[in-house]
Design a protein around this ligand. Sequence first.
Ligand code: NAP
Length: 347
Amino acid sequence: MASASGIDNGTKLVVVVGATGNQGGSVARRFLQDPRYAVRGLTRDQSSVAAQELAMLGVETVRADLDDVESLKAAFAGANIIFSVTNYWEPFFRPDCRAKAQELGVSCRKYAYDVEYQQGKNIADAAATVADSLNDNGFLVSTLSHAAKCSNGKFNDLYHYDAKADVFPDYVASAHPALAAKMSCIHTGFFTTSHRILPQSYFKKLDDGTFEMRFPCDPDKPIPHLDVNADTGSFVYAVHQMPPGKHYMAGEYLSWAEFAQTWARVTGAVVRYKEVSFDDMVNEVADRDLGVEVALMFRYSSDPGYDGGMDLLKAEDLREAGIDCPMLTVEESLARMDWAATLGKSS
Ligand SMILES: NC(=O)c1ccc[n+]([C@@H]2O[C@H](COP(=O)([O-])OP(=O)(O)OC[C@H]3O[C@@H](n4cnc5c(N)ncnc54)[C@H](OP(=O)(O)O)[C@@H]3O)[C@@H](O)[C@H]2O)c1
């Protein structure tokens, strides 16, 4: 691994967790553009299409499992920068995890919390073993606000937020102070692609051919939105040029009412935002566990807010610090997508 890292010829090594996915894939591709860096991407399956595509681009793919801390220690060896991301949602789509949750007598939501929390801890424990080799700002972690704390206990089971925040930054700060001193926390906005997971809530087609956007969220509350594939890499690359210890939000703030009108401009469709109840949303999502988790997220996004009311640095703050941070607007992001299926047209 060491020779492929490029360390021998003076380049720095970026190790990317989740390199075959949305966030990590964007980060890996951005650092590849800088010849000062070699990129190592972690995956459970080096033969997957996504992993092979990365290898073709010049990423050193390495097999590692977030459930296996020893595999992470080996994969992080020699790292100057580690990008960390964890995936709360995977157990929702795996029958074996569903069965395990049932066997344990817990909801899939809680089971997924336990998995994500443990995987986050494993990343932190493994990264701590290479803290000395990391750049001063070399532990760049994708996370979200702590819903229970930011809401003063009103949202005590918004699991996909707290599974991240309980580790990044809380566990890292308490268990690994030297690593915490090199950490930047990057919150990610709503992915502009999330309509693919919740099509009926985002763009429900009515009998008259118009659309309704239906969330249990204040239509006017500003919400951050991120083109995860195009822009996570730009943002993280910009953050790595900052001093450590800061907290960021990657995404453009737009209310859902503004988002709906932006989508209308892009597609030519007529869409109306309708604030629905928590129960409406739960009932409209095919899977109950998924429905509850996302409906809680929309309520939380309304009050105290998607970012929990935290004061987070944004792309404009990075630019003010003199760092290039190109990001698509929501309109540009939506305009890049093919909406034919949503609109009911052939593409
Ligand atoms: N959707 C939204 O609007 C939104 C907004 C903010 C935050 N988020 C958060 O984004 C996260 C998902 O990020 P994403 O979209 O980038 O993920 P993704 O595209 O689904 O990819 C998941 C990545 O994680 C890797 N991975 C998963 N389990 C692993 C394991 N056990 N060992 C090693 N690697 C593992 C996968 O690698 P291999 O499969 O190759 O092993 C893959 O590269 C979620 O936690 C979600 O809460 C989502």
